[in-house]
Design a binder for this molecule. Structure first.
Ligand SMILES: [Zn+2]
Length: 465
């Protein structure tokens, strides 16, 4: 790490408390933090840098924060198209995951992070896998910032169906012990870029005792818990049948609820549960693309504008290569904005400013990391995404936020995380991209064959070789 000066930034979107937008801006980076931020004239004259990045033609924003991304599922892209939640989860997703070996998990995580870096994402929350060590290892290599967790579930038969035999059948005690070991061993790795939390992967598959145990452990160790909650009609019906209430109500009933919890999806949260979210400062990860592709109805039935109105933290997540099939928070911003507008027949709802706050400020709050990331301010970590604006879809630039959300095709040009340059002028700086892509192809094909899902992923039309 070193002293870097980024100057001549056409549009610098700070997301600071005053939401300042600086024209011809500059950011001075000393080691991993922002030493100064302002105009090129003011900052550039007073900072001696070892490396200067000329950001002429670029727009800079805080690195985007993806609060829902399944690293390990990256090699299963295309294996879970067009199926309902029971088939998606129990046959496709868990069928794939049960064939993933340790090395596969590493390359899956690295390729996942490659896709995120190229999208301008610098921080992620992985909602749980059986290979958090490999996700942490890949994070060490890629240079990103992220939260990893080990999946915990202990109810093997729900009204949605039965969990596969392989890997997933653990007792409550085993699940808690293994998850705690991960938190103790991985939290704070790689200069603090990796944090480790607990994961209650799917609440309907977690016993009351497991939820209570994990909440107590997370509080004891001072870390967060991430979970899927109120995600689809089938899932809330299953929760009502099994436990007599929906997910958030159930956690409140158990007394296992608090501000260190990130709830993913939440499109089916009831009005009563919205109030619980507000009262207990729960954090939400809205994942519009997954809601659309899996027909969860998240944006059609979700009450995300009301959550924001109540002051609830609502961040954005892309989900993963087997659920939404892409990992791009710029597209998620468009879908969150457009989905809410379509639902309410109101084009003024969820403007670009709101969804950019969700992708940065709210993401940082959800990650329990807002003291260091989520905005570009002196003293905060240097996590920055820059987009090239000398393209037809960006012109003219009158309101750059409108162009970013409504017009751009996403795809960052230069990305800095923790003061290190991960992507510069479109070239990955921290690892060999071509090798990672090759590994993804070979390993993804092997898993598709060994899990017997290859035939589910073939084109419907004849392929001529
Ligand atoms: Zn998920």
């Amino acid at each position: 790490m070193s002293r870097i000066l980024i100057n001549n930034i056409d549009w610098l979107i700070t997301m600071d408390p005053d939401r300042r937008i600086i024209k011809n801006g500059a950011i001075a980076i000393d080691d991993d933090r922002i030493a100064a931020i302002g105009t090129t004239k003011d900052v550039g004259a007073n900072f001696s840098a070892e490396k200067i990045i000329d950001a002429t033609g670029k727009l800079a924003i805080p690195g985007l924060i993806d609060t829902h991304v399944h690293s390990t599922q990256q090699l299963g892209r295309g294996l879970a198209d067009g199926c309902d939640i029971a088939v998606h989860l129990l046959q496709r997703l868990y069928g794939y995951e049960s064939e993933v070996m340790v090395d596969d998990a590493y390359w899956a995580a690295l390729c996942c992070q490659l896709e995120m870096i190229r999208a301008g994402t610098t921080c992620f929350i992985d909602p749980g896998s059986y290979f958090p060590e490999q996700t942490a290892k890949a994070t060490g290599v890629s240079g990103m910032r992220g939260i990893v967790a080990r999946t915990a579930v202990d109810v093997h038969q729900t009204s949605i169906g039965a969990l596969p035999e392989k890997m997933f059948r653990e007792t409550r005690q085993e699940a808690v012990e293994k998850a705690e070991k991960v938190v103790r061993e991985l939290n704070g790795l790689h200069d603090g870029r990796v944090r480790a939390w607990f994961s209650l992967r799917v609440l309907v598959a977690c016993s009351d005792e497991l939820i209570r145990d994990v909440k107590a452990k997370a509080d004891e160790l001072g870390v967060g818990i991430v979970m899927h909650a109120c995600e689809s009609r089938d899932e809330v019906v299953a929760s009502r049948v099994q436990y007599g209430m929906q997910d958030v109500e159930r956690m409140a009933h158990l007394g296992a609820i608090g501000p260190n919890m990130v709830l993913i999806h939440m499109g089916w949260a009831s009005p009563k549960e919205l109030v619980l979210c507000m009262r207990h400062d729960l954090k939400i990860s809205c994942s519009p693309s997954c809601g659309y592709r899996l027909a969860f109805g998240s944006m059609e039935f979700g009450r995300f504008p009301e959550m924001l109105e109540l002051g609830v933290t609502v961040s954005l997540g892309s989900d993963g290569a087997m659920s939404s099939n892409y990992l791009d928070i710029v597209r998620e911003m468009f879908l969150a904005s457009g989905g809410a507008k379509a639902q309410r027949l109101d084009p003024s709802i969820m403007p670009p400013e709101t969804v950019l706050e969700m992708a940065t400020i709210h993401g940082a709050k959800a990650a329990l990391w807002f003291d260091e990331i989520g905005s570009l301010e002196k003293g905060k970590k240097a996590d920055i995404a820059m987009f090239e604006t000398r393209k037809p879809e960006w012109r003219p630039i009158l309101n750059p936020l409108s162009n970013l959300v409504y017009a751009s095709r996403g795809g960052a040009d230069t990305v800095v995380c923790n003061g290190c340059v991960l992507l510069e002028n479109g070239v990955i700086q921290t690892f060999d991209e071509a090798s990672a892509l090759q590994e993804a192809q070979v390993r993804g094909s092997r898993i598709a064959n060994s899990s017997d899902l290859m035939k589910k992923a073939q084109p419907k039309w004849p392929v001529i070789e």
